[in-house]
Design a binder for this molecule. Structure first.
Ligand SMILES: NC(=O)c1ccc[n+]([C@@H]2O[C@H](COP(=O)([O-])OP(=O)(O)OC[C@H]3O[C@@H](n4cnc5c(N)ncnc54)[C@H](OP(=O)(O)O)[C@@H]3O)[C@@H](O)[C@H]2O)c1
Length: 320
């Protein structure tokens, strides 16, 4: 597994990251098989994937406990990224808590659940106007001085907020939704991150499963995606027609649509880490192989034209 510096002169991390969110119940659905989840994290570490992503609110701490079990005895093999701030109840969003006293409290619980002394990358999951940015970033800077955190990250913010945060304390990484299906960041945020030397950790590469090529319309009644306009009625039918182009190219190249979706994100820059959810070991070989896929200019052009910004109908929670 190739390793890159996350951000300007930042820590070495694997070019592919493991998203652990779906190993716990986030949207209120069932919890995945725990022993398989732990085995998946350990196999990922064995394969050289050191970037593990979680949030203290993923399964109300369940996700951090899982990671803690998986890295026991091999802390140094892992680079652990933790988000905080989201307040949830049974899968429902209640809001954000970004107060300095809350952050100073949250981190202690995370450290205990993870069974570690220092979190490698610590980041607010979102920002709002309830607390001045100086106070949020300043609190993480204090935690860095205290030795509880190594690097500052941010997630789902605007280009202006990224600039402002970086002027308060150097930002190592930006975690942001990015895929063939969601390309809004190309206009402002992505170039800003590049200019500032901030690494980009790009999640939702499969766009909630749309780009896996496995979706059929209509979705089962209990699918969490039904809450998003992109997956409803005629929108989904039309969007799946776009995915046919990806499926066809995948067939021609001898890969799967998911592999091409990950490979496209990977191809957008040396500073971009595709962050992919995998809840079972069987996903690893396929997704690791995706990191070796290259596109010629004609293939890139076909994908970029078919999935031009705004070409999919309806949004998800990522719409800004
Ligand atoms: N900062 C934020 O706001 C934010 C928001 C959402 C997520 N995240 C982070 O980003 C990570 C990834 O995001 P995501 O889960 O939304 O998107 P994703 O990586 O596109 O994952 C979506 C689904 O794709 C499936 N999948 C993975 N490899 C596959 C393959 N080869 N073939 C078919 N399906 C495959 C996974 O299934 P299985 O689980 O069954 O393996 C998963 O349920 C999360 O784990 C989380 O750590 C951050």
């Amino acid at each position: 597994m190739i390793k890159i510096n996350l951000g300007k002169n930042g820590p070495l991390v694997s070019k592919l990251g493991l998203g652990c969110m779906r190993m716990s119940s986030v949207w209120g659905g069932p919890v995945n098989n725990e022993s398989e989840s732990i085995a998946t994290i350990q196999s990922a570490l064995d394969s050289g994937i050191n970037f593990l992503n979680t949030g203290d609110f993923y399964g109300a701490g369940h996700n951090e406990l899982l990671i803690g079990k998986a890295i026991k005895g091999r802390r140094d093999d892992a680079f652990i990224s933790v988000k905080f701030g989201a307040m949830r109840d049974n899968g429902q969003r209640l809001g954000l808590d970004l107060r300095p006293i809350a952050i100073k409290n949250f981190i202690n619980y995370s450290l205990v659940r993870l069974g570690i002394d220092t979190i490698d990358l610590y980041q607010p999951c979102r920002l709002d106007n309830s607390v001045p940015l100086e106070d949020v970033i300043g609190t993480i800077a204090d935690l860095i001085k205290e030795g509880k955190v190594r690097y500052l990250g941010v997630s789902e913010i605007t280009a202006d907020q990224l600039r402002q945060a970086n002027s308060i304390h150097p930002v190592t990484a930006l975690e942001i939704g990015y895929s063939l299906a969601d390309r809004q960041i190309e206009n402002g945020l992505l170039p800003t991150a590049k200019e500032l030397g901030v690494g980009v950790v790009a999640f939702a590469n499969t766009a909630e499963g749309l780009l896996t090529g496995e979706m059929k319309a209509p979705l089962p009644a209990n699918a969490y995606q039904n809450q998003f306009p992109r997956f409803q009625g005629e929108n989904l039918v039309k969007n799946l027609e776009k995915v046919e182009v990806l499926k066809e190219m995948a067939k021609d190249k001898g890969f799967t649509p998911t592999q091409l979706a990950i490979a496209w994100v990977n191809a957008q820059g040396d500073h971009i880490v595709p962050l992919v959810s995998m809840s079972r070991r069987s996903r690893l070989p396929e997704n690791i192989q995706a990191m070796e896929i290259e596109f010629n200019s004609e293939e890139m052009n076909i994908l970029n034209t078919n999935f031009a910004s705004g070409s999919l109908l309806g949004g998800t929670y990522l719409q800004r």
